[in-house]
Each structure stands twice: as C-alpha cells, then as structure tokens.
Design a binder for this molecule. Structure first.
Ligand code: ATP
Length: 238
C-alpha cells in the first residue's frame, strides 16, 4: 500500500430524516486492496456505501479519493472519478439483452483502471457469456446480480463499492461471485464490499472493518477477524 489510501473515510455521519444512522465511520481502502465492511442487519453497511457514493443527502464528515476531498460530490461525479457502485438490489434493464445491458454501461477507459470489454467480462463471468443474447426478464436473481456488477465494470472503475453481493444467492453462484471478486483484485481493482457472510468475506477480503450502530468498532486483517472469536461474537451474527 502507498502512503495515501485510495479511499479514506473519516468521521462519516449520515441521517435519514431525523434518524442519525451513521455516527462516525472511519475506514480506508488501499490501492488494490479488498476491504470487507461487516456487521449485523441494520448496522449501517448499506448507508455507509451510499453516503460515500453521495446517495445520502444528509451527511457530514470527510471522504477522500486519491487524497482529493470528494465529500460533497453527487453520485455521477463520483462515478466519473472512477467509483463504481453496485447496489444490493439488481439494477438491470430487463427488456435489454445481456450484451445490450453491458453496452449501456460502457465508458471510456480511465487512467490507472482496467479497460473492460464485453469479451473480457464474459471470461470473468462464463455463465453470462452463455446467455449473451438473453433478456433480463429471463435471468435468475443471481445472474442479474452478476450482470449488474459486469455492467458497472464497463464503466472502468478503479474503486468498487459492492453491497452484499452474496445476499440471497445460491451457494454455487456465491462461489462464482467470490471468484470474480478475487480476479478483480488481481486486475488491480480496489473494492469495499459490504458483507454479512463471513465465509465469503474470508475468501475475498484482505482486511475487515466491522460496523455496529453506525460506527466502525473493529478493524484489522481478515485473518485476524477469523481468529478473534470474541470480536465475531460481539459484532457479527454467528
Ligand atoms: P442490512 O444488512 O439489513 O442491509 P445494513 O448494515 O446495510 O443492514 P442499513 O441498510 O445501512 O444497514 O441500515 C441502517 C439503519 O438505517 C437501519 O436501522 C435501517 O432501518 C435504517 N434505514 C435504512 N434505510 C433507511 C431509509 N431510507 N429511511 C429511514 N431509515 C433507513
């Protein structure tokens, strides 16, 4: 890791109406690093990713990308700076085919980020290759989730914010998703992945930040979290 992390989040707070959801989140993601944002249901994982991306209107704190303060940028500006956000719910165009969905996501290559093409993505997600002419309406939830990720990659992000990618997926699809995240890391991408699934996080993540009641309570190497039963019992649903 170089001195300045790619993403640095300090004292991030967020509100939904009057509800103070994030009360001070601190975390970093280094270049080429995969960090798992873990925590129980309702701990604030999704809100953290949304607040970083600029999708929560009411927020406070500092978000820096490559040492640049991006705390008040809207989502489209974050995307232009190379941040790809993959929400938990699938966002594909159901009437379009797999290939057409990918074309919708296409952006010019970005310095320092891998340049994705449909063919390169089909190598990453072989089951999408088999259904390249299929419309979204005829895909399973897991296939739609992969297509959402693949379409985001067509924007050539350098940082991915990935919200609970294993949620609700069949075990075989979870394995394919974990494999894909590992290969993205090998391509040099940096990833902040929100996860409740400890075994998924153990396979993909270098480090973990564990959030409870809107604050990061534990941070360290993923291997150390796996070894720290007390922390897992305190902060994660086991
Ligand atoms: P999950 O795994 O259930 O998605 P999470 O850790 O991602 O959990 P968040 O979705 O960030 O948690 O939710 C944090 C808190 O904010 C919860 O108490 C939730 O009920 C609340 N919340 C989430 N979205 C909204 C909203 N749009 N309006 C009001 N409260 C919300």
């Amino acid at each position: 890791m170089t001195a300045a992390p790619l993403l640095s989040v300090q004292s991030l707070e967020a509100w939904y109406g009057r509800a103070h959801i994030l009360t001070g989140v601190d975390l970093t993601v280094g270049r080429g690093e995969v960090v798992a944002l873990m925590g129980r249901n309702g701990a604030g994982k999704t809100t953290t990713l949304k607040a970083i991306m600029g999708l929560v209107e009411s927020r406070r704190g500092r978000v820096a990308l490559d040492s640049r303060d991006v705390s008040s940028l809207p989502p489209h500006r974050m995307a232009r700076l190379g941040v790809g956000y993959v929400p938990e719910d699938r966002r594909i165009f159901a009437d379009l085919t797999v290939e057409e969905n990918l074309e919708v996501g296409r952006q010019p290559p970005r310095p320092g980020a891998p340049a994705w093409t449909p063919e390169k993505l089909f190598a990453l997600f072989p089951n999408l290759a088999e259904m390249r002419g299929r419309r979204g309406t005829r895909m399973s939830g897991g296939e739609q989730q992969m297509l959402t990720l693949a379409r985001t990659l067509m924007g050539n992000p350098s940082l991915l914010l990935l919200d609970e990618p294993s949620e609700g997926l069949a075990p075989i699809i979870v394995r394919q998703m974990a494999d894909a995240v590992r290969r993205l890391k090998a391509e040099g991408l940096s990833v902040l992945v929100s996860e409740q699934n400890l075994s998924f996080a153990a396979v993909v993540a270098d480090r973990a930040s564990v959030i409870e009641k809107g604050q990061v309570r534990w941070t360290g190497a993923m291997a150390d979290l796996m070894a720290d039963e007390a922390a897992r019992r305190a902060y994660l649903a086991l």
